[in-house]
Design a protein around this ligand. Structure first.
Ligand SMILES: [Fe+2]
Ligand SMILES: [Fe+2]
Length: 308
């Protein structure tokens, strides 16, 4: 009977809702059950594809706590109460992301990876930023990077077609919510620095992007080596060439992100200039249907195995 229905889904969405166009930021309390069922090479059975996203997850619990702290610092100081409320929605979304990525990283520990060693440079690097304005511009930069990755993911859900369902759901959910709150940090920067000229504000946000990209790439490459060493995979030229091909050529994750990342360097850049409403609608429908299907499969299973 077990086989006829497939494995039991540990994923759960409290108060599942399709959402409406009137709501911009919707925090969703979803559990993806990854820690209950860690999967090695969950992305198409491919170590390199998997490690690109596992490597990203390493940054997230620490990073997202940092973003929440950055924006919450400014919430009581803002005259615009609507924006203060958006910070609240933002913080709840990021808190759920933190929780699920902590579980994700615990799953990596269960698989034998030294998560503590991989998270250390992230923790140390972020702890160096003690000034609120510095934390805010770094948050703006990273929010733009995550929003870019999210837009690409939602535009091309087929990129995750070969991923294990629990992991695919988590990354699609995260992408959707990053897109929903993509403008909050930059709006806060604008309101929190009324005395700065447009050029000065442009300069500090661009410097923060430059200062963020380099350590991000450096730590990612270092952590990929740790992942590979644990799995006994050699990181010779062939390994790096294939990784570069995945990132830059086919499917070309970074190549697809590049045009949008570079838009951040335009002095007049504003994330709300680009209308992602349709993409958000698509992402919301995808996620809701996914959980409706889980619910239906669970109901079917219960009907087929009535409790004794
Ligand atoms: Fe997030
Ligand atoms: Fe975010």
């Amino acid at each position: 009977m077990e086989q006829a229905f497939g494995p039991i889904e540990a994923a759960k969405w409290e108060g599942a809702s399709a959402g409406s166009d009137d709501e911009d930021i919707i925090p969703r309390d979803i559990r993806f059950g990854i820690v209950e069922n860690p999967i090695r090479n969950w992305f198409a059975g491919d170590f390199q594809k998997t490690v690109l996203l596992d490597g990203l997850s390493i940054f997230l619990p620490e990073g997202e706590r940092y973003f929440i702290r950055s924006l919450k610092h400014y919430a009581p100081k803002l005259a615009d109460k609507e924006l203060a409320a958006e910070i609240n929605g933002y913080a709840v979304q990021e808190a759920f992301h933190t929780r699920e990525h902590m579980d994700y990283n615990r799953a990596l520990t269960k698989l034998g990876y030294d998560v503590e060693a991989m998270e250390r440079p992230v923790r140390v690097g972020l702890a160096r930023d003690t000034s609120p304005i510095l934390r805010l511009v770094v948050t703006c930069a990273i929010e733009h990077l995550t929003a870019t990755l999210s837009a690409v993911t939602l535009r091309h859900p087929e990129l995750l077609a070969d991923a294990a369902p629990s992991y695919r759901r988590l990354w699609m959910w995260h992408a959707l919510e990053e897109l929903e709150h993509k403008a909050v940090a930059l709006d806060v920067l604008k309101q929190a620095t009324p005395k700065l000229s447009g050029w000065k504000r442009y300069f500090i946000r661009v410097m923060a992007m430059n200062a963020t990209l380099f350590p991000f790439v450096f730590i990612t490459l270092r952590n990929i080596k740790i992942f590979a060493r644990t799995d006994g995979i050699k990181t010779g030229p062939r390994f790096w060439l294939r990784l570069a091909r995945l990132v830059l050529i086919s499917p070309g994750y970074w190549r697809r992100c590049m045009p949008l990342v570079l838009k951040y360097y335009l002095p007049w850049f504003n994330p709300v200039n680009k209308d992602d409403a349709e993409l958000t609608r698509k992402g919301r429908a995808w996620l809701y249907n996914e959980f409706k299907n889980i619910e239906a499969a669970t109901a079917l299973r219960t009907a087929g195995n009535p409790p004794r």
